[in-house]
Ligand binder design. Sequence first.
Ligand code: SF4
Ligand code: SF4
Ligand code: FES
Length: 692
Amino acid sequence: MVNDNRITTHPILSVPEMDEISFYWNGTKLYARRGEMISSALIANGISIFGHHHKDGGAQGIFCANGQCAKCSVIANGVSVKSCMVAVTENMIVHSVEGLATLPADDAPQSFEPIEHLSTEVLIIGGGPAGLSAAIELGKKNIPALLIDDKNALGGKLVLQTHKFFGSEEDSRAGTRGHDIGKLLAEEVSGFSSIEVWLNSTAVFVFSDRKVGILKDGVYKIVSPKRILNAAGAREKFLRFPGNNLARIYGAGAFQTLVNRDLVRPTKRLFIIGGGNVGLIAGYHALQAGIEVVGLVEAMPVCGGYKVHADKLMRLGVPIYTSHSILCANGEEAVESITITAIDDKFKAITGTEKTFTCDTILIAVGLDPLSEFTIEAEAAGIPIDSAGDALEIAEASSAMFNGKIAGLKIASALAGETGNPVPDEWYAKAEALKAHPGIVKGYQNNTAEEGVFPIIHCLQEIPCNPCTTVCPTNSINTEDGSLMAVPVYNGSCIGCGKCLLICPGLAITLVDYRKDSELPTVSLVYEVSNHEIKVGDELPLVDIDAAELGTFAVTAVQNYAKQHSQIVRFAVPKGIAKQVAGFVIQSAEVSASVNNAIIPERLADDAMICLCERVSVGQVRSLIRSGISDLNQIKAITRAGMGPCGAKTCEVMIKGLLREEGIPVTDVVPNTKRPLFIEIPLSKFPDGSVK
Ligand code: SF4
Ligand code: SF4
Ligand code: FES
C-alpha cells in the first residue's frame, strides 16, 4: 500500500502496529488503519482533494478536522458525511462530493423506537482538560454527572499536545507532555462511579424545555440536566486572503490531529500563518513529524506566543517573519506556493517586499473562537450553566485544567445548596497566573563564572512556568521573586544532573561544564527531534538565542533519555562562546529560500472568500456594509453568507471582523439568529431512538 504519508517513527509518540482494512475511493481499492477517520485514511493515501464545490468547481478538502466546517465532506456508503468525524469501515465505498451531494433514495419504512430520556445532575459537554478536571471535582463529591465528548477518546486537545506543559508541577503537571496529562486525567475520571462518560456523543441543541438533544453513537437521546458545564472548547478562526479557497489550507488543530493523533503526514513543505503559541508549537510538531517548515509569518512586530517557543523554532532553522502577512496562496486546485509581504503599522502591505515560497500546505493559526452556543441556549432555556476552558476564555490548557477544577467545585457546591463561594482565594490567584500572557523580556543573568558546572537559562521572558525551579535537587534555580510568572535565575551549587534541561518545556536551558577542560567546556543541549538523527562526530552549526551562528562544531556525545523521549547532545566549544550556545540548526537554509520572482496576485484582497461554504467574497459583503447593513441576518439573506453547511461557524467571525474594519461599532451589529441545530444530523435520527 502507499504509506508515504504515514509517520512510521516519531520522537515522542509510539507508532502502533498497522491493523489494515481496505476501502474504496472513487472505485480504487485503498487501505486504512482500522478505526481511523476517513479523512486521515485518504490523506495517508496521498489524497487531499475530497471533491469540488457546486458553485465554482473549486477543490474541497479538510480544514478543521473537528466537525466544525464541512469542507471535508465525502459520500460514504451512499451518505454524505464529514470525513473527519466518521471512521473507515471494512470495504466502505467512499466517493468524492462533486457538486451537490444527492440524497440517497430510501423508501424503506422507518422504525420509530422510543427515544431514551435520561436525567442527570450535571451534564459536562467536552472531555478535554477543563471537562475532565471538573468531572474529577464532582467525582470526589460523588455527584452524578454525564460527561460527553464527540471524539472516540477523552482528552480533547490534550491528545494532540505532544509537548511538555508550562505552568507549575503542582497545579498543572508542568513538564509532563499534554497527551500524557490527558491519559492521567481520563484515568482519574474512570475511578469515580458517579461519572458516566459517553464518547462519540455530540450535543446537538439545548431546547427551551430545558432538555439537551444528544446524538450518541448515531442514536438520538434526550438528557435533562440540573446544571450544565460548557467545556466544549473553541473553534479555529479562518483568514481572508486571495486563494483561501484552495485545498491544503489547514487549521492548526487539523494539522495536529493528523500528525499527532492519527500519525499521518499531510504535507512535505509547510508554511505557517500566526506566531501565537499554537502556530509556534505546530511548527515544532511538524519538524518532529519529519516535515519541512518553510517559514512562519506573524503580523505583529513580535510573536504573541512564548519567546521560548519562537526561539526554539528559529534555532532549529525555521525563519519567522514578524510584521509580515500572507498576501495570497497560489495554486491550481491546492496550495503550491505562498506569497508573503511586509506590512506597516496599519497592517497595510508594503509594495516591493513580496516574497514567494514553494510549499504544499498552509497552516492557519490566527486564534480561536469560544464555542459559546451551548451557553447562550442554556441561558435562554433557564438551565444554570457554567463555562470552563477555551469555552470560557482562550488560554493555555494548563489554565483550562485549573478553571475546570474551579467550575467543578462551584457546581458541586451549588447542587448541595451551599451559600457562599467554596473556591479558596488562592485558586483564583493561581488561575489568573496560569492564564497570564507573556510579560516583559529581560537580559541574561550576569554570570561571570568559568569553572564548575551550571545551567544557562535562555528563558528571558516572564511566562507562567516554573518546573525548572521545583525539579532541581540542589534548589539552585528560583524565579526572581518566587512567583510563577517571574524569570528563573540560577544561584546555587549545580551538580550537573541535567534534570532542569529535561523538564523545561521551552528547551531553554543548557548546561556548561568546565570541570574537564576549562578552555573547551562541554555544552549540553536537549533535543527532541530524533527522526532527524544526530550522531557523535556530526558537524553542526551552533546558534545563540537569536539563531545567530556561532560556528560549526562536532557532537561529542549523545545520551538518550527514553522516559523523557529526549536526548542530551554535547559539544566541546571555546569558552568564549560556551554561555551563548542555545541550540543547533537541523533544517538547512535552502528549505526556506524564496523563489526568484514573487507571485503577485492579480486578484484583489476583496476577491478572497469570506464565506467558503457559499462562495461569497469579501467585496460582496463589504459593499453591503457600506450601503448601511450591519445585521448579519440581512447579509445572510442577500448573499447566503452564513447559510452553508457549517452554519456560519467559519464565516461569522470573519464578517464581524469586516464590520469592525469598516468602523461599525460592535453594539450596532446584529448577530445571526441561532436556530436548531448546532450541527448537521440526518433528519431520520429524530423520531427514532433505536440502535441500528
Ligand atoms: S543541572 Fe541539576 S543541579 Fe544543576 S541546576 Fe539543573 S537541576 Fe539543578
Ligand atoms: S526555563 Fe524554567 S520557566 Fe523557563 S520555560 Fe524552562 S522550565 Fe519554564
Ligand atoms: S463558511 Fe460555512 S456558512 Fe459561511
